[in-house]
Design a protein. Structure first.
Length: 325
């Protein structure tokens, strides 16, 4: 048996349970989990509000790092003892996790377990959104909202240090803004104390921004949409603010702008090579020291509900990680 955090009832705290280990299929790998990243999507899934609705009871957790302890008969990519990071459709908030070999990546020596667990979702999303979807060019201005969150800080890091863009960070407190600047943004806006649209006009000499990475939605989305420059692109990454905005199509037409959806996890089924490349690239960039995940807090598995609370109350910065060891 192994310990796992289990969602037994939607909108209720997770419960720690001992689960029975299951046998491996030929292409599967059993990983002893060291760390698991906590994502907003995990929390939404436990509230029944995520795009994918797993049947109850289930163990959340979609990105992890750990050590291979057993391999199925057809596994060729990893072996027992390998340090790996991976993605799953759930089940990683536990002492062990079983996944297909194709969703595992070896962790380079230079990268620790905590950092590795913080890479797949945030950095995979950031790279896929900014490079694959928006084709961000060096010197373009990129606005990142919720810039101190897991996905936001990753987007700031990638845009500034990998894509050589000029980054404006928008966040809900001065401390969060300062962290985003420390991570590579050249300017920041606290949208709780200043007018986002007016500040963006000042910062861009009324030209607007080329790319917006938005994980907030609601009124923030509307303000940033109208702050786009000619042929600007807005990336719809999520709705952490709670409300899903509608897109006024006349704005798209007037400035020839594009609104693009980014559901990173869906690429796993629809276009696996693109999905896989986003993670491989994140691992490579981290190994080269070009990017560095920001671990805001580490909780033990038994503190999983506190970890969720910290993310829900927006008290967290960067990535919140669960440690099983």
């Amino acid at each position: 048996t192994y310990r796992a955090a289990v969602c037994t009832e939607l909108k209720k705290p997770l419960v720690l349970q001992d689960l029975q280990a299951t046998e491996l299929k030929p292409a599967e790998v059993r990983v002893s989990v060291h760390c698991c990243g906590v994502n907003f999507a995990d929390i939404l899934a436990c509230q029944g509000l995520y795009q994918e609705k797993p049947p109850l009871p289930f163990t959340p957790g979609m990105e992890f790092s750990g050590c291979v302890v057993e391999t199925g008969s057809n596994v060729t990519t990893v072996q027992e003892g390998d340090r790996v990071m991976g993605v799953s459709s759930g089940g990683a908030m536990a002492e062990e996790c079983i996944v297909d070999q194709k969703v595992l990546w070896k962790i380079p020596e230079e990268v620790g377990y905590e950092e590795a667990a913080a890479l797949p979702v945030s950095y995979g999303t950031g790279l896929l959104a900014l490079q694959h979807r928006a084709a961000t060019q060096p010197g373009e201005t990129v606005l990142v909202t919720a810039a101190a969150g897991g996905a936001g800080l990753a987007a700031v890091d990638i845009a500034a240090h990998v894509l050589q863009a000029k980054v404006i960070a928008a966040a809900g407190s001065d401390e969060k803004c300062a962290l985003a600047v420390q991570k590579g943004a050249y300017a920041s806006i606290n949208y709780n104390t200043s007018n986002l649209k007016e500040e963006l006009k000042k910062l861009t000499n009324k030209k607007g921004v080329n790319v917006v990475f938005d994980a907030v939605g609601g009124d923030i989305f509307k303000d940033t949409l109208s702050s786009l420059s000619w042929e600007g692109r807005i990336l719809v990454v999520g709705f952490a603010g709670g409300s899903i905005p509608s897109v006024p199509a006349n704005l798209l037409l007037l400035k020839n702008i594009s609104a693009m959806g980014v559901f990173w996890g869906r690429y796993r089924e629809q276009d696996f090579p693109v999905f896989s490349q986003s993670i491989s690239r994140a691992v490579q960039l981290c190994q080269e020291g070009k990017i560095r995940p920001h671990i805001g807090a580490v909780f033990k598995l038994q503190q999983v509900n506190e970890a969720f609370l910290q993310v829900m109350q927006r008290a967290s910065v960067g990535k919140v990680v669960l440690s099983m060891k």
